[in-house]
Design a protein around this ligand. Structure first.
Ligand code: MG
Ligand code: ZN
Length: 221
């Protein structure tokens, strides 16, 4: 009983801070999304390709959530946009407080789009609202199509589902038809993208959709 209560209190506090973050971002007209996947699915590579395409047209900032290192933040920083690193020191997800605490370090009054790369984990990141406009989840073909039914929450919560590493489809046992059917059943409203962040195939559909979302929030241009 006690443990259940503790969990719900933590989530209540998180929701309050998420609400605060959401209010700040709304007042600044920034579109914010929370990017999730398991480790190695290609979140950071997708971010790099996204920033390359959109940075000439939009002012982008990134918050990088990682267990211990700043490797991913360094990769993004090379693209000359503001990046803030959050090390969770082993914590398996970001929460709204961690994001709130680093926000003063970002030029939020001068951004159109803020991307938050969550810790690589398909389980609890989906349970913590950060105040974002939407969640996006990346699955790679190398992980197998069964992950959608094994981790349904993250796929149900996402407005965008990205299937990455489609260049590997001939070499892996990934059943594309089952994947499509599972997404259609679990989250029929999801925007679905098939791409290879490594080769660039399919990136434009994703980037154009994202730019439309920024525009729809009334930010740009
Ligand atoms: Mg990463
Ligand atoms: Zn966690």
């Amino acid at each position: 009983m006690k443990q259940v209560k503790l969990t719900s209190n933590i989530l209540n506090v998180n929701d309050m801070l998420a609400h605060k973050n959401r209010g700040l971002w709304a007042s600044q007209n920034i579109l914010v999304f929370n990017l999730m996947s398991s480790p190695g699915a290609g979140k950071t590579t997708l971010l790099e390709r996204t920033v390359e395409k959109l940075a000439p047209r939009l002012k982008i900032g990134v918050i990088e959530g990682d267990l211990f290192t700043d490797q991913d933040a360094c990769r993004i920083e090379r693209h000359n946009i503001p990046v803030i690193q959050i090390n969770t020191q082993g914590g398996c997800h970001l929460d709204a407080r961690m994001v709130e605490q680093v926000l003063p370090q970002l030029p939020v009054d001068n951004l159109d789009l803020l991307i938050i790369e969550n810790v690589g984990n398909l389980v609890c990141p989906a349970e913590f609202d950060l105040g974002e406009d939407f969640k996006a989840v990346v699955l790679s073909t190398a992980e197998g199509h069964d992950k959608v039914t094994k981790y349904p929450l993250v796929f149900r919560e996402a407005r965008a589902v990205v299937l990455n590493k489609i260049d590997l489809l001939p070499y892996v046992d990934f059943n594309l038809e089952e994947f499509k059917a599972d997404i259609a059943r679990i989250n029929p409203e999801a925007a679905l993208f098939y791409l290879s962040a490594r080769t660039g195939e399919g990136i434009d559909d994703w980037v154009n959709w994202l730019e439309e979302e920024v525009r729809a929030k009334g930010c740009q241009p």
